[in-house]
Design a protein around this ligand. Structure first.
Ligand SMILES: Nc1ncnc2c1ncn2[C@@H]1O[C@H](COP(=O)(O)OP(=O)(O)OP(=O)(O)O)[C@@H](O)[C@H]1O
Ligand SMILES: [Mg+2]
Length: 268
């Protein structure tokens, strides 16, 4: 068996009295699309926040390619090739799509501060190269026509694609996605699924996908982990999870808000 790309062991974190995540363990194999699903408040985003070091876990271990992440600063996690998107968008709303993606490429800038201030040739050459990369990434998520639009003027589902583009700009080997399909219609979700699969090929990346839209989850995931009340409820292939009665019951008990909200259908 191949070693896991991402390995989470006995992860726990509480806020006040709330056990958001409790002794959770699961691993993600390299190059797989691994979905993390569960009803509202199950603890999915909290897991992602612990991986990207937005939160410090109370206990447990998170290893990526064998390296322990729990002691690292958040930029240390990014330097390992881990990028994420946010459930509630973290974009520069007043800037264009292109500028949002260009800013994300900042970590690849090689020019020194002096070269930047004096706008020396190396800086100009670098700018041109990054702009070209940013344009290519924007095209890969289908937003070329909107690249000069101000982000806050775009529909929510389109802003989610800008977030995806920004994460791709970091050229990650592990991509953490928090509800990328939110605000999209069925056609857009279909396109998103194809996009994520081709992205995995292009970047040779591993994807951890939090998502409520079950047609996307079941359509593109190699493996699914189901959380409920901070713990793991089930894990398996999409077919095994679809047939799992505990999973269906957990959603009926706690997932109604999403079932109503998701007009795109196919949400459990
Ligand atoms: N910063 C925080 N402070 C206090 N409580 C928090 C914090 N972050 C998360 N929680 C709590 O932890 C629990 C898990 O929340 P989390 O956002 O991880 O759920 P989720 O599975 O992502 O849900 P959803 O599907 O609605 O996004 C919830 O009870 C939530 O209120
Ligand atoms: Mg969440």
């Amino acid at each position: 068996m191949t070693a896991a790309a991402l390995q989470i062991e006995n992860l726990s974190i509480a806020f006040g009295g709330v056990r958001a995540v409790h002794e959770l363990s699961f691993s993600v194999a390299p190059g797989q699309v691994h979905a993390l699903i569960g009803p509202n408040g199950a603890g999915k985003t909290t897991v992602l926040n612990c991986i990207s070091r937005f939160y410090a876990a109370d206990a447990g271990s998170i290893r990526y390619q064998g390296q322990e992440l729990t002691g690292l600063p958040d930029h240390g996690v990014a330097a390992l090739g881990i990028a994420r998107t946010f459930q509630n968008l973290e974009l520069f709303g007043d800037l264009s799509v292109l500028d949002n993606v260009r800013i994300a490429r900042h970590r690849f800038q090689r020019a020194t501060l002096l070269e930047v201030l004096l706008n020396l040739p190396r800086k100009r050459a670098e700018d041109a190269e990054h702009r070209e990369r940013a344009e290519a990434i924007i095209e890969s998520v289908g937003l070329s026509a909107q690249r000069h639009a101000r982000v806050r003027d775009l529909p929510y589902g389109t802003q989610k694609l800008v977030e995806l583009a920004r994460a791709i700009a970091l050229e990650p080997t592990l991509l953490l996605l928090d509800e990328p399909a939110a605000g999209m219609n069925n056609r857009e979700i279909g396109r998103l699924g194809e996009m994520l699969l081709s992205l995995r090929e292009r970047l040779q990346a591993t994807l951890l996908l939090i998502e409520h839209n079950m047609s996307l989850v079941m359509g593109i995931s190699d493996r699914v982990t189901v959380m409920h009340a901070g713990a793991k409820l089930a894990e398996g292939t999409p077919a095994q999870i679809e047939d799992n009665e505990d999973v269906v019951r957990a959603y009926l008990g706690g997932g109604r808000r999403h079932a109503q909200r998701d007009t795109a259908g196919a949400a459990l």
